[in-house]
Design a protein around this ligand. Structure first.
Ligand SMILES: [Zn+2]
Ligand SMILES: [Zn+2]
Length: 843
């Protein structure tokens, strides 16, 4: 066994840590270990086992020991380890934090408080005389006696949990607190290796292909993996009777039996150990409830009625999967063209071949209805990972996937790390969706990670969208991806007609700032009279986004952010939409005391109220983050619409996303172009995508439906091309802009944010790094900044940023790495310098 283990810990440091491996312990690469780290115990991932003594030895720093090996088998297999290292490198994220994101097993650890005796404590015990000496009890008051009882108990042990300590010594928390203040003991908040679900050790009979290294390959052609469990033909010769009996038992039970159950067999216990050493059996620790083998029959195949284009798409993806090498495909299908059916059919094929697939969906895409579809097609073989799962449920799903019980995985962003076996296909639905980018460390983009994972696994990745991102469409044009198009709506339903209403003109003609134009109001009335349904989008929640003082002109800002607070009328409060801070509704201006405070602008709550006033008979529902708390709420609102219990649905971009809505013949769009005024190079792309998506909601049966698009930017190309359903036109125009401005896809981009609660620190640090960047040679890299970020203060932090652009990603990453080293040398905390590679938001 090697002497040392390099461990990646979930701390914001760009390094791994070396620990000595105690005698008899056998950690594995990719497995978790428990190690001491700065007064704490922490679980990390073993990245390397070796015999190279760490350099610290020379400077008399004692190498600490691994406390416990938590996994007998790797938690992250070779492929996922490699993927994690790639993410750490590409996104400049600490590798330990990447691994923590990839492994949803935190539920298996509980935080615990422990106590341990200090040198001072031992000294106090020593001075008080020999442990247990009767002399001591005579001279010390009661409280000290109890303290010595605690010290006695701790002196014999390394570290004791608070619960055990108090049970053993019958002391209160206050007394322990006093001992901490005297520095006799230290209190530690540790993550202890305690599994919340009781773990059972299970013996697993390895399949032929899993034990190639340990035993000769079986004769004959390769059979399907799950058939290999049969004892005949797969068991190498030279087994004695006991060994054979054990193997037969395992095979008969589906290849998996708890070790405890094997003790009932009439074979010596050492037999199992021999089989493990020979590589025929592996021991794994699993949550108890999943130890039973689940081999259920598959549900009957699902029938899809496919158009020619769908069949062609299915054929192309199927051929790519069959080739068993990497390929990337972009499935560009307009709204309503039946992409989902193609996904499910592809995944079904992959499953029938005994291989695995992963379907990624945006945050909002995984409704209970979608989950029900998946269950109908894949039965028990699907694992669904959504944000509503508890940590324990997430861990359970992880184990199911890992054991190969679920070969189909559907989920949001982090499902890209699902530990499936024999990965054949990853599908990224709505690949342009910004929820695929994680906005905390590690700041990975799940779509791009999916592409890399598929590359590493010789698998196929399909990116699907009605409005592909500029990056993906560009890659398809450059033949990096194959483009597959679904150009028609199913059953050749026509696209809706889009009419633009120029709101500047509306203002001139009515002399008033209008929320709902005369045209939109007339169209809504007409639909309601015909008993048809209407949808109105306003991508801003709350009642009024701004509170303004007419006397001094100041607005009510959040205490923590340089952002206006939004008025929420029904909940009677002011709320910051960036940090969630809530305040009372002001009666007077906080700056000048004037009573002339006005609520300005319209959010979805006010829009709903306005529409109620205009159409008192109509039944109106609202869909935004204030009315939707969970996946079920969302579904309820859509069901109400689909079942005709609503005449009108009002909402934010939630209503625009790809959901099945049947009866809407009119879609009104209010202020969907607000984003065009933001200092963000993706503003036009986002606006085009949102407009296209919401327009796709209109139409019922053979009736194409109509879209009324109210805008103040009527000449903007994003508005014009969306109105004409012209993706290619938008794409060409937008690419020109990106090329001129050196933005993606022509340049790699990174946003470097320097933040601190203290303004001086944020200024000083960004200034120092700015001067360093100026002095450093960086050919072919454009550096903008330092400048105040568009949102200058957020969640109490003052924010400055740099934007780096370069056609060479390698050069840009090298410069970023050097900059992080410089920041470390200048003692700027790593957590205050945020590097966001391929940033999606520049605010
Ligand atoms: Zn004022
Ligand atoms: Zn705030």
């Amino acid at each position: 066994m090697p002497q040392f283990s390099d461990v990646a810990l979930p701390v914001p440091l760009d390094m791994v840590f070396t620990y000595a491996i105690p005698e008899g312990m056998e950690p594995v690469v990719g497995g978790r270990v428990l190690v001491p780290f700065r007064q704490q115990r922490m679980s990390g991932i073993v990245v390397e086992l070796h015999d190279r003594p760490p350099q610290e030895n020379a400077s008399h720093i004692k190498i600490k020991k691994v406390l416990e090996a938590l996994d007998l088998a790797p938690a992250l297999d070779e492929h996922l380890l490699k993927l994690g290292k790639w993410i750490a490198d590409y996104y400049l994220a600490p590798v330990g934090e990447v691994f923590r994101t990839m492994l949803p097993l935190s539920a298996e650890f509980k935080r615990a408080v422990t106590y341990r005796i200090t040198e001072e404590g031992r000294m106090a015990l020593h001075l008080a005389g020999m442990s247990g000496s009767p002399a001591r009890s005579k001279r010390t008051p009661d409280q000290q006696l109890i303290e010595f009882r605690v010290l006695d108990y701790l002196a014999e042990r390394e570290s004791v949990r608070e619960g055990s300590l108090r049970a053993a010594t019958r002391v209160g928390k206050a007394l322990l607190g006093g001992m901490v203040r005297k520095k006799w003991v230290v209190r530690e908040d540790v993550s202890a290796a305690r599994h919340s679900a009781r773990l059972v050790r299970v013996a697993v009979l390895l399949r032929a292909e899993e034990r190639l290294e340990a035993s000769p390959p079986p004769d004959g052609p390769e059979t399907r993996p799950h058939l290999n469990l049969a004892p005949a033909g797969v068991v190498p010769k030279k087994l004695n009777d006991n060994q054979r009996a054990l193997i037969d038992t395992l095979a008969a039970a589906g290849g998996r039996v708890p070790v405890d159950a094997l003790r009932n067999l009439e074979v010596p216990h050492s037999t199992l150990g021999t089989l493990v050493r020979r590589g025929l059996v592996r021991l794994v620790d699993e949550p108890q409830e999943f130890t039973a083998s689940k081999l259920k029959p598959r549900p009957s195949p699902f029938d899809f009625e496919f158009s020619t284009a769908q069949k062609e798409a299915l054929r192309k993806i199927g051929a790519a999967v069959a080739a068993r090498k990497f390929s990337g495909l972009l499935l560009h299908g307009i709204t309503g063209s039946g992409k989902t059916a193609v996904y499910l059919a592809c995944m079904r094929q992959v499953l029938d071949e005994g291989r695995s697939s992963i379907l990624l969906v945006p945050e909002i895409g995984l409704t209970p209805a979608v989950a029900a579809d998946l269950h109908q097609v894949f039965g028990d073989e699907v694992a669904i990972l959504h944000s509503g799962l508890s940590n324990a449920e997430r861990a359970e799903q992880w184990h199911r996937i890992r054991r190969g019980e679920a070969r189909v995985v559907a989920g949001t962003r982090s499902a890209v790390f699902a530990p499936v076996r024999d990965l054949a296909l990853i599908i990224v639905d709505e690949e342009q969706d910004s929820s695929y980018k994680q906005e905390e460390t590690p700041r990975y983009h799940a779509r791009d990670v999916a592409v890399m994972r598929a590359k590493m696994a010789d698998a196929v990745v399909v990116l699907g969208s009605a409005t592909p991102s500029l990056e993906s469409y560009y890659n398809a044009r450059k033949n990096k991806y194959r483009l597959i198009e679904l150009p028609d709506r199913v059953e050749k339903r026509p696209l809706p007609e889009v009419e633009i209403v120029d709101m500047r003109l509306e203002f001139q003609e009515t002399g008033q700032e209008q929320v709902i134009s005369r045209k939109l109001a007339a169209e809504i009335r007409e639909r309601l009279e015909k008993k048809e349904q209407v949808m109105v989008l306003l991508n801003r929640r709350g009642y009024s986004p701004v509170v303004l003082c007419r006397a001094c002109g100041k607005t009510l800002q959040c205490e923590n952010c340089a952002v206006s607070m939004t008025h929420h009328k029904r909940e009677h409060k002011m709320e910051c939409h960036y940090c969630g801070y809530v305040a009372r509704i002001p009666e007077k201006c906080a700056h000048c005391g004037s009573e002339y405070v006005y609520f300005v602008g319209t959010g979805s709550e006010k829009l709903e109220e306005l529409l109620h006033g205009m159409f008192p008979q109509a039944r109106i529902g609202r869909l935004d983050r204030d009315t939707v708390r969970g996946r079920e709420d969302f579904e309820h609102a859509l069901n109400a619409l689909n079942e005709g219990r609503l005449d009108m649905l009002v909402g934010t971009q939630m209503i625009a996303k790809g959901h099945d809505i049947h009866g809407v013949t009119l879609v009104g769009v209010i202020g969907a172009d607000m984003a065009l005024g933001l200092p963000d190079f993706r503003a036009a792309e986002r606006t085009f995508q949102l407009l296209t998506q919401v327009a796709g909601r209109a139409g019922r049966g053979n009736s194409p439906g109509k879209v009324i698009l109210q805008t103040y930017f009527q000449d903007h190309y994003a508005v014009q091309f969306a109105a004409q359903h012209d993706f290619a036109g938008f794409y060409e125009k937008e690419l020109q802009f990106r090329a001129w401005m050196h933005y993606p896809p022509y340049s790699a981009i990174a946003n470097v944010l320097i933040r601190s609660e203290k303004l001086e620190e944020a200024l000083t640090w960004s200034g120092e790094l700015g001067r360093w960047l100026e002095k450093t040679r960086h050919e072919g890299i454009r550096v903008l900044g330092p400048a105040a970020a568009p949102i200058t203060r957020l969640k109490r932090d003052y924010r400055y940023h740099f934007i780096l652009k370069s056609p060479s990603r390698e050069k840009m990453n090298a410069l970023l790495r050097a900059m992080l080293a410089e920041a470390a040398a200048r003692k700027i905390p790593r957590t205050q310098v945020i590097v966001d590679v391929d940033a999606v938001w520049l605010m």
